[in-house]
Design a protein around this ligand. Structure first.
Ligand SMILES: Nc1ncnc2c1ncn2[C@@H]1O[C@H](COP(=O)(O)OP(=O)(O)OP(=O)(O)O)[C@@H](O)[C@H]1O
Length: 318
């Protein structure tokens, strides 16, 4: 029996080194059925390494992963049976028909021969491929090929579906269709989506995690971000200051300098931060002009935490 709050992923202190380089460090999080979790981060942040560890394709250097309650390192085969994966470049065979390819992946996933036909029909229906069964994959549009990639990821009805950059290279209509499909999958699976595209997260995800330099630096529910549950303060002063004292305040995660007298502070959501910042400004004689909570967009949060101001452009087609 599946329950909405069933925990599908539990990661604890996950880490991966490549030689001397630590690509992923101290990553801990969990995911429940019914959630679509975005993994955001700039290039090289460690997203793919983390995804590869969750799918059992890459051995962690440290830490543990449980998938549907099963330890991935102790029982990889049973744990992996609960995971479906769409890599950034899905291994599709253009010379096979959709039916042939999905039947092949069903067999690879260990489905018994008599179950294969039904599984193929179900995955095709789920992904809007009812009319494409007999078509060669090589003759399908990029959007339909992506649907085939998602269909192979869910062919064995896994609890957890991991999608790496699922809409890259699609046209705006295809992007909308694939996002709708992801939202639908999120209703009865748990979905992890690795992406660079911020509008994709807003359109499809219920929760977001930002990775930077191998670490998780931010986690929140999209509903909280959209409601403006403020974790951001705007501080405007009469005189230029050295902002290092702002970093000393409890729960400060970043201080973005808008100009010499204007700052945006990201924090851990502590209500006492605003009065403490006000007190500091008065004590230091900074000439406090304005101090107010700001509703941070995902883009502002991303930029403040990672210093990347070019990421959203990629989502322009959204
Ligand atoms: N096989 C490897 N050998 C050595 N270094 C690696 C290897 N794979 C990844 N790295 C390094 O580890 C870091 C994290 O890489 P990873 O691919 O996990 O990041 P990412 O967030 O997925 O980036 P992108 O969005 O560009 O795919 C990077 O510095 C990368 O150069």
């Amino acid at each position: 029996m599946q329950s909405a709050s069933e925990t599908l992923v539990e990661c604890h202190d996950l880490g991966r080194d490549y030689g001397q380089h630590t690509a992923v460090d101290k990553v801990s999080f969990s995911l429940s059925r019914g959630e679509v979790l975005a993994f955001l981060g700039p290039n090289g942040a460690g997203k793919s390494s983390t995804m590869n560890m969750l799918t059992g394709c890459l051995a962690p250097s440290r830490g543990s992963v449980r998938i549907a309650g099963i330890d991935l390192l102790e029982s990889p085969k049973s744990a992996k049976a609960h995971v479906g994966y769409l890599p950034e470049h899905p291994p599709l065979y253009p010379e096979l028909t959709v039916n042939e390819y999905l039947a092949f992946t069903a067999r690879l996933r260990g489905l018994r021969r008599e179950k294969v036909r039904q599984a193929v029909a179900r995955a095709r229906a789920r992904c809007g491929l009812e009319a494409q069964g007999k078509r060669l994959i090589g003759h399908l549009s990029r959007g339909y090929q992506q649907r085939v990639g998602i269909a192979q990821a869910i062919i064995h009805e896994p609890a957890l579906v991991i999608l790496d950059e699922p809409t890259v290279g699609l046209d705006p209509i295809q992007v909308r269709e694939i996002r709708a499909l992801i939202r639908e999958l999120g209703q009865d699976h748990g979905v992890i989506l690795s992406t660079h595209i911020l509008p994709e997260v807003t359109a499809t995800c219920s929760r977001v995690q930002i990775m930077f330099r191998g670490r998780l630096v931010y986690e929140d529910h999209m509903a909280a971000i959209n409601r403006g549950h403020s974790r951001q303060l705007r501080l405007t002063l009469s005189y230029p200051i050295d902002p290092s004292a702002l970093w000393e305040l409890p729960g400060v995660e970043s201080v973005e300098k808008l100009d010499e007298q204007d700052f945006r502070i990201q924090h851990a959501g502590r209500e006492e931060l605003a009065p403490m910042a006000a007190e500091l400004a008065v004590k230091q004689g900074w000439g406090l002009k304005r101090l107010e909570p700001e509703q941070a967009s995902l883009e502002q949060i991303f930029v403040a935490l990672t210093g990347q101001d070019n990421a959203p452009a990629e989502g322009a087609a959204a």
